[in-house]
Design a protein around this ligand. Structure first.
Ligand code: 6PG
Length: 468
């Protein structure tokens, strides 16, 4: 028997994706050096599920139908190269290798080059949605050789999450386009997560609102234009009792030092390289970093005290204000990330279609939200739209919610609660909508101390002045 698809790495993601494929009638083979994992996959075989597990690379490769389609789901970095090396002796021209991990996009570019020189197509593909998504419908972001994608398309379209019957997967672009889009997805993920955390902090620490009330608020928001996976799980988190002590919410026992695997940081780092401003993603990365300095924060909390100002605001008004402020900030966050994609697409010749990106983010992935449909429409109306803030329908919504965003930030300032993402989203909005910025001053200063020259608004050319 020949198998439709092969997977290397039978951890929970690899295994679940294969089982998802098997559910859809594809025959699948899995390779893992761990014999238990290979055997446990094969245990899932049945009359309807054509599933095989093996620990032998050569046997595995020969099992797959040509041109072979093989996905790797192993930790990013060296393990990916090691697996490629172990498969290479058995691969043939026209075969396709798909890296489904969160690989760093320059690594993918290198691998594409190395493998294309051998006639093998290499795809970097972001996969979002966690374990459940992999099993029952992820969002997938593949990039690579366009013609070769046709071999993968029927399988990926079958297993992807669906919105109105449309699969949350599409060919995105050349080279590392898929990894890049997933990287920015994660940057947006960081910022929205932090936005939610700041909302919770302002309510709880700033205004003394009870956890149960905050829970209800997020549950309500999830029935509104804020509906999204991250708001939904936040409402669930605020319900989960602690099983260890049997007393109160689990959340209140969880350490406030956040970890990160690095994709958010890469988003910010590369954004700086290509001059794509994403201040809210930067702020979200930085807040995780600040959370690391627990001991210093404890000391500083005793030293740097502040008597918070009373804000007389009834709960209903506060909740309405925060809802609008959240909506406003959320749009600004997606706008930053999606503008980064547009800039990166020009820089790296990815050929991204932002409407398609918005479309496949509507379901399956961690940043899925009802507003993605608005973004899809914005890019459908104007395929060359450089920034979502320039879409008329979104602009109308931003204008009606901006006052709330301003008021929410003022409240947070008076309460001494840090809301870096709310603030950065607002500052982004205000700078983006500024016809003139004080950057003339920067230019004058550069010329003053370094003779770096400046341009004038009334004449062509570059100028230098002897300032004193
Ligand atoms: C997804 C997630 C997934 C993973 C993140 C976590 O889309 O399914 O983004 O890829 O959970 O990598 O990232 P951090 O460990 O950096 O928070």
């Amino acid at each position: 028997e020949e198998f439709d698809f092969g997977m290397v790495g039978l951890g929970v993601m690899g295994r679940n994706l294969l089982l998802n494929m098997a559910d859809h009638g594809f025959s699948v083979a899995g390779l893992d050096l761990d014999a238990e994992k290979a055997a446990s996959l094969e245990n899932e075989a049945s009359e309807k599920h054509h599933v095989k597990g093996t620990t032998q690379a050569q046997q595995f490769v020969t099992l797959i139908k040509k041109p072979r389609a093989i996905m790797l789901l192993v930790p990013a970095g060296k393990p990916v190269d090691a697996v490629i090396d172990s498969l290479l002796p058995y691969l043939e021209e026209g075969d396709i290798v798909v890296d489904g991990g969160n690989s760093y996009f320059p690594d993918t570019n290198r691998r594409v080059q190395e493998l294309e020189s051998k006639g093998i197509h290499f795809f970097g593909m972001g996969i979002s949605g966690g374990e459940k998504g992999a099993r029952f419908g992820p969002s997938m972001m593949p990039g690579g050789n366009k013609a070769a994608y046709e071999r993968l398309r029927p399988i990926f379209e079958a297993i992807a999450a669906k919105i109105n019957g449309e699969p949350c997967v599409t060919y995105l672009g050349t080279g590392s386009a898929g990894n890049y889009v997933k990287m920015v997805h994660n940057g947006i993920e960081y910022a929205i997560m932090e936005l939610i955390a700041e909302t919770y902090d302002l309510l709880k620490r700033g205004f003394g609102v009870a956890d149960s009330v905050i829970q209800k608020l997020f549950a309500d928001w999830n029935e509104s234009e804020l509906a999204s996976f991250l708001i939904e799980i936040t409402a669930d988190i605020l319900k989960k009792e602690d099983e260890v002590t049997g007393k109160g919410l689990l959340l209140n026992y969880i350490s406030d030092t956040a970890r990160a695997k690095g994709t958010g940081k890469w988003t910010s780092q590369n954004a700086m390289d290509i001059q794509a401003p994403v201040p809210s993603i930067d702020a979200a990365v930085q807040m995780r970093d600040i959370s690391k300095y627990k001991e210093e924060r404890v000391k500083a909390s005793e030293l740097l005290t502040y008597d918070t100002k009373d804000a007389s605001l009834d709960e209903t008004a506060l909740f309405e204000l925060l809802k609008d402020a959240f909506y406003f900030s959320m749009i600004n966050i997606y706008a930053q990330g999606m503008a980064q994609l547009t800039i990166a697409s020009n820089e790296y010749n990815y050929g991204l279609n932002l409407e398609e990106v918005a479309k496949i983010w509507r379901g399956g992935c961690i940043i899925r939200a009802v507003c993605l449909e608005d973004f899809r429409q914005a890019y459908q109306n104007q395929p060359e739209l450089p920034n979502l803030l320039l879409d008329e329908a979104l602009a109308t919504k931003l204008k009606t919610t901006q006052q709330a965003a301003r008021d929410a930030v003022k409240l947070a300032i008076d309460k001494g609660v840090p809301v870096s993402v709310f603030m950065s989203a607002l500052a982004y909005f205000d700078s983006y909508r500024s016809e003139t910025l004080p950057t003339n001053m920067i230019q004058a200063q550069r010329d003053f101390f370094g003779a770096h020259k400046y341009e004038r608004i009334d004449k062509e050319g570059v100028f230098h002045t002897e300032w004193n």
